[in-house]
Design a protein around this ligand. Structure first.
Ligand code: TYD
Length: 231
């Protein structure tokens, strides 16, 4: 039932040139944006040209998706089509050009979220995985920030009153997390990071994984070690 990552497609779609695409994934409230901001500052200080972006984007499709979260959710088919249209535009207009210029792109959510979230909503996970990996560039590294929903929901609840549907949400987030972890077991570029801990400690895990992995591979001799990354 599970679809293995197929080398041919990944190699054919791999990031061209000297650009580096690093994606951050994980369930809501896991702390992606703080980590991305810190990493972006460190890489910029080290002389890299860094582009920060996120999905859904602030473009037309992305705005429609965010509106639907407030005004009433779209059908699964419409939602899926909107995320794909948003991503296609994002890749064409922002990601591919930045990578072709040799820049470092730090991306908050990408196709792994479609597989996990729309998969959890009922779409066929294997089919989604095939479709996503077949039509969008495979990142150089994808960090899955992993934490139990009970913990992330606790973090979210600290800043606002607990929602009445919390149990339902917990169950949905458990399904989403399981699909993320499932993808991680199959996708070579995906690295699980334990997102539980002090912010400095989680950042150190991220910096260590990148310094010894993608940054050493794509920027050899540039000294992008954990110290340079401020970890
Ligand atoms: P956003 O407001 O960006 O939340 P966050 O700051 O937690 O990322 O909204 C993103 C929401 O959209 C989030 O709940 C995950 C969901 N999502 C999908 O369902 N499918 C997708 O393909 C993407 C990119 C996001």
């Amino acid at each position: 039932m599970l679809v293995p990552a197929t080398g041919g497609i990944i190699e054919a779609m791999a990031t061209p040139g000297s650009g580096i695409l690093i994606v951050f994934e994980g369930i809501d409230g896991v702390g992606k944006s703080t980590l991305i901001a810190r990493l972006a500052a460190a890489l910029t200080a080290a002389g890299e040209v860094v582009v920060e972006s996120r999905e859904p984007t602030d473009g037309e499709h992305g705005r429609r998706i965010r509106r639907s979260a407030v005004e009433g959710r779209m059908s699964l088919a419409d939602e899926l089509a909107a995320f794909v249209a948003d991503r296609r535009e994002h890749v064409e207009q922002l990601l591919a050009p930045a990578l072709a210029r040799g820049e470092v792109v730090l991306l908050d959510r990408y196709f792994y979220s479609t597989i996990a979230y729309q998969g959890a909503r009922g779409a066929d996970v294997a089919e989604l995985e095939r479709a996503m990996r077949g039509q969008f560039p495979i990142p150089d590294a994808t960090l899955l920030l992993d934490a139990a929903p009970a913990v992330t929901l606790g973090r979210i609840a600290e800043s606002r009153a607990a929602a009445p549907d919390e149990f339902e949400r917990l169950e949905a987030l458990e399904r989403i997390r399981a699909i993320f972890l499932d993808q991680c077991a199959r996708a070579e570029e995906m690295i699980r990071i334990d997102a539980i801990g002090e912010p400095d400690e989680v950042y150190r895990r991220v910096a260590t994984a990148l310094a010894s992995g993608v940054l050493a591979a794509k920027r050899p001799g540039r000294g992008l070690d954990t110290k340079t990354l401020g970890a």
